[in-house]
Design a protein around this ligand. Sequence first.
Ligand code: APR
Ligand code: ZN
Ligand code: ZN
Length: 361
Amino acid sequence: MAQQVQGVIARAKGAPVSIETITVPDPGPGEAVVKIQACGVCHTDLHYREGGINDEFPFLLGHEAAGIVESVGAGVNEVAPGDFVVLNWRAVCGQCRACLRGRPQYCFDTHNAKQKMTLADGTELSPALGIGAFAEKTLVAAGQCTKVDPAASPAAAGLLGCGVMAGIGAAINTGNVTRGDSVAVIGCGGVGNAAVVGALLAGASKIIAVDIDDKKLETARTLGATHTVNSRATDPIEAVRGLTGGFGADVVIEAVGRPETYEQAFYARDLAGTVVLVGVPTPEMRLDLPLLDVFGRGGALKSSWYGDCLPSRDFPMLIDLYLQGRLDLDAFVTETIGLADVEKAFERMHHGDVLRSVVMF
Ligand code: APR
Ligand code: ZN
Ligand code: ZN
């Protein structure tokens, strides 16, 4: 039986979100219905509301979530009703060229539910990142559900579904940060601070946090940054070089998504070091670099999509570390809120007041 639940809808470009009754169909083949317990508020949700992703309104927002599988469709064996799962927005196919070459993070054919959730008048909804988890229940592809240890708090677990995974993965998967490395992180919001934590997990010897906001730098320090640089006051390239014997960091992680910070990341790395780009620029942004520097400085420039994560490998591992007290996911939960507070959370995000607001059900 299809079910009616409450969900947060963005109906039109720039309009405030509304809470509406939506219909969630029974799961079809390869699908699952998940009862959401917690869902973080991410910039991408706001971006959808502002029409910055595509024009396929109305959107059912929310994509950083954990919950309990309620029911599964035919042929589903990844998860079963009652499982505690973290949702992911890149359920890989396992069969395309990228998957077969061992690069599933570039999968061409990621899975989402085939059926659509609808508004009361039958209008089909576009779920944010194929998830739509600012709702009591949502319909996803079974491959979007990753079973993790149910001892974890849903608010903390859900964060792995997007921003925190992107940051930790930028350090450990894309940057391959290794024991003893020096790491600089430019931009210490939710993603950058997660990169700080990833660098700490990987055994970095120095973790230099760079931001223009002292509050963010303080948080970075509590999470494991060994040095902080306010790049409004100090040239971050010089500062990072100064802190690394004049060389630059082995790995620099850019988590802002702007030309000036891309350029800072490029020059703050050691010769033959790695720059990891996790901040997402807008289409009109350009970077103008002397080619001789691009050639002469060696090393690697790598972009990191979703922290190059493999949810089935990374989510359970990170939850285990969390439960052992080795990964402080709770530090990223600035506040827990209700479904009606998403609009307010967008405002707080705008002012840079929070790492994450998390909707609890
Ligand atoms: N130099 C340094 N830090 C900056 C600068 C700058 N010029 N401009 C902004 N910042 C800092 C902000 O102060 C903030 O702490 O960058 C941080 C951005 O953090 P959030 O706004 O919380 O964004 P976050 O969710 O962390 O995402 C960062 O990663 O995945 C991408 O799409 C995401 O592009 C976005 C980026
Ligand atoms: Zn694939
Ligand atoms: Zn997100």
